[in-house]
Design a protein around this ligand. Structure first.
Ligand code: HEM
Length: 387
């Protein structure tokens, strides 16, 4: 595969199946590859890490979206993300992030251990004979945990899988007009849901993140909605994919999961494959000169397979030493939910394999038709005799 073919593959639906051959092909041309005028793909670990930590490299904020597209505000999904910290730069990012980090503390995550253990036990108790582990475990657990954290009533949980699936299409590098229309509709529905939830929490405050973020008036109304949407959607789609990707990898490799295997699952089959930045100043990376205003696609999934950083990079090695993948990003936007996502996987995966030591796939799992948010749609298994 040459560079042009690798780029085409990564932008086409075939990358959904397996982007790794295209990553390997890109790497032959160096860690940073010019793809078009002012547009680069970055696949090397050191280069991706450096760009994520460089304050001159900004995320696609409102100002940037305005200069790129005339009518982006017609799409409510793009608008909600643009109002969140994920798509903000300092000083707005610093203010929102400080506020969210102040309420989403290690103590609060720690108190969730019991909630996670209880929800895992409940999901496993419900399994018998055969099952689709995506719909029986990998979706319900992260949805249950993040909605508990946000103070969303349990009876409202049923709609979030469908809404998040539609909404996150705009986090891909390319999407179709149909994806865009569905993302817009889902965002309108979700925004409406959060407007009502915030009003209810203002009347009856609870010990939850929605109440904590809404009080104090430090966020504008739009920022509050954007960040609540981000926490909900980022809080489960990605964790769902970590669990699903992990189950398939552990079954493929016949491994019983030690806790440390979660880092290796994150590295080997990253639930988020890429993110984007633009250069506010000209910079030199290796021997490539990046001009001011250039757009960079940072291939986290490729960086995680960089042989210059990882020994036997294409081997799944559950207890790999010195394992620091870039799956949660790095720098100012480093994933706020990383400790929570790790905790869920560290509890759920060993519990599943302990309870069902004969667990087997009964058919080929079905990949989600997404390149960036990489996961499975269905995981049909037979559970065998429980322990
Ligand atoms: C940011 C991945 C779970 C909330 C990010 C970023 C990545 C990421 C790569 C940085 C994006 C960038 O720099 O452009 C993941 C993965 C997860 C996961 C792989 C699960 C395996 C969660 C959870 C939550 C969460 C459970 C919340 C409960 C956030 C938030 C940000 C973020 C709020 C934005 C931080 C900022 O902009 O400062 N995540 N995430 N994530 N994540 Fe996660």
């Amino acid at each position: 595969m040459d560079a042009a073919e690798a780029v085409k593959t990564l932008l086409s639906p075939s990358a959904t199946h397996d982007p790794v051959p295209a990553y390997a092909a890109l790497r032959k041309y160096g860690p940073v590859l010019p793809v078009a005028d002012g547009y680069y793909f970055v696949s090397g670990y050191a280069a991706v890490d450096g760009i994520l930590r460089d304050a001159a490299m900004e995320t696609y904020d409102i100002k940037r979206l305005d200069s790129r597209w005339d009518d982006w505000r017609d799409n409510k999904a793009l608008e909600l993300f643009a109002d969140s910290m994920l798509r903000s730069n300092p000083p707005d990012h610093t203010r929102m992030r400080r506020l969210a980090a102040g309420v989403f503390t290690a103590r609060r995550v720690g108190t969730l251990r019991a909630v996670i253990e209880e929800q895992v036990a409940e999901a496993l108790d419900g399994l018998d004979g055969t099952a689709d582990l995506m719909s029986e475990l990998c979706y319900p657990l992260p949805i249950g945990v993040i909605t508990a954290l946000l103070g969303v009533p349990a009876e409202d949980r049923g709609q979030f899988r469908r809404l998040a699936e539609a909404l996150t299409a705009v986090l891909e590098v390319r999407w179709t007009p149909e994806d865009e229309a569905k993302a817009h509709e889902a965002a309108v529905e979700l925004e409406d849901y959060f407007i009502h939830l915030v009003a209810q929490k203002q009347r009856e405050p609870g010990d939850d993140l929605t109440t904590a973020l809404a009080k104090g008036g430090e966020l504008s109304g739009r920022e509050l909605l954007g960040n609540l949407m981000l926490l909900l959607v980022a809080g489960f789609e990605t964790t769902t994919n970590l669990l699903g990707n992990g189950i398939v990898l552990l079954l493929d490799h016949g491994a019983t999961p030690p806790q440390s295997c979660v880092e290796e699952i994150l590295r080997f089959d990253s639930p988020v494959q890429l993110t984007e930045r633009y250069a506010t100043h000209a910079v030199q990376i290796g021997n490539v000169q990046i001009e001011e205003g250039a757009e960079l696609v940072l291939l986290l999934g490729a960086a995680n397979r960089d042989p210059e950083r990882f020994e036997k990079a294409d081997e799944f090695w559950p207890e790999r030493p010195n394992n620091t993948p870039l799956s949660f990003g790095a720098g100012a936007h480093y994933c706020l939910g990383a400790p929570l996502a790790r905790l869920e996987a560290q509890i759920a995966l060993p519990a599943l394999f302990r309870r069902f030591p004969e667990l087997r796939l009964t058919g080929k799992p079905v990949r989600r038709p997404r390149m960036n948010l990489r996961g499975w749609d269905a995981l049909p298994v037979t559970l065998g005799t429980p322990e």
